[in-house]
Design a protein around this ligand. Structure first.
Ligand code: AHG
Ligand code: MN
Ligand code: MN
Length: 302
């Protein structure tokens, strides 16, 4: 059994990147334990920069990651979905990290799978850059198992947590050109978007299989694990940019999916090519099997 750090080394990841992933792996282990104890329930009484009520779990997982990462000399800038501003850490830090400490946190109380999302950029900061400049990305899935799907630019690989470490369970995950699983985010938008309604009818007429939990991490993780399918969270009249965040959610997801041979688009351009102008920037997203993304985007005249 190859450990995460052994496998990262085999892929030529630098010692610094391996060290960073060791910190992230440690944090994922701790977050899984915080969730598992079930002690942390309810709202914190604060809201994040997106105006969303923060759960105590959002705040606790965010604080855990910030404390651990800001003390690491490798880290130049930190940005979190749960923080109003970036945190300047070490001027000569090799990497800047953007993360969603707990994605789908509102699903913990019903015991659905949730996740953490990490995007790693070389050097300092994010503004004016594109997610395509990332050198690595990862998603942790807190489900029946705790798994960590990681890419350092040499394919996307799955590691499972047991015996106090992460071990390689699937190398080079591959997403086929097409596949009949669909994960329709924000389905309610069909009431105002005839184009989205037509796309959903297309999937239903073709008898695609619905696989949607409301948590982007397990929903996209499903496409990576099964090796096919599509997840969408489109924009529409009330919210042209949709809901999901470019820096904290869509960028890292696009990196992992493209490394597995899939596509990720905002309906016009590749997610990885979008310029990051605001930490709070949102984007529509169509992500998964190449042909499925093409078919879905084709239903929206952009
Ligand atoms: P978060 O819990 O970090 O705020 O993100 C939840 C996101 C994503 O996981 C999911 O795909 C989407 O919100 C669901 O949005 P709706 O509740 O609007 O369906
Ligand atoms: Mn999120
Ligand atoms: Mn979140």
């Amino acid at each position: 059994m190859k450990s995460l750090s052994q496998h990262l080394g085999e892929q030529g990841a630098s010692g610094e990147l391996q060290k960073l992933f060791a910190l992230l792996a440690e944090s994922v282990k701790d977050i899984a334990q915080i969730i598992e104890t079930g002690r942390m329930t309810g709202y914190s009484g604060t809201e994040n920069v997106f105006g969303e009520q923060q759960l105590k779990l959002d705040v606790a997982t965010n604080d855990l990651l910030v404390e651990r990462l800001r003390n690491c000399p490798l880290v130049s800038v930190l940005a979190s979905e749960e923080l109003d501003n970036e945190i300047q850490c070490h001027a000569d830090g090799a990497y800047s990290l953007a993360f969603d400490p707990l994605d789908g946190s509102s699903l913990v109380d019903v015991n659905f799978s949730v996740g953490s999302i990490f995007g790693i950029y070389p050097g300092k900061g994010f503004m004016g850059r594109t997610p395509g400049e990332m050198v690595a990305a990862g998603i942790a899935i807190y489900g029946p198992k705790t798994t960590f799907l990681v890419s350092v630019g040499k394919g996307t690989h799955e590691y499972a947590f047991h015996d106090n470490d992460f071990f390689l369970t699937q190398e080079n995950m591959k997403i086929a050109e097409e596949g009949s699983y669909f994960a329709p985010g924000n389905l309610r938008a069909c009431a105002k978007s005839p184009q989205y309604k037509k796309l959903v009818d297309f999937w239903l007429e073709k008898q695609y299989t619905l696989r949607y939990s409301g948590g982007m991490v397990p929903d996209v993780g499903h496409i990576l694990k099964k090796g096919k399918g599509i997840f969408v969270y489109p924009g529409y009249s009330d919210a042209p940019e949709g809901k999901l965040r470019l820096l904290f959610e869509c960028g890292p997801m696009a990196f992992l999916v493209e490394q597995a041979g899939g596509n990720a688009s905002d309906g016009r351009v590749r997610i990885l090519e979008k310029k990051i102008q605001l930490v709070t920037q949102r984007t529509p997203i169509f992500i998964g099997s190449k042909l499925e993304v093409e078919r879905a985007v084709g239903h929206f005249d952009v």
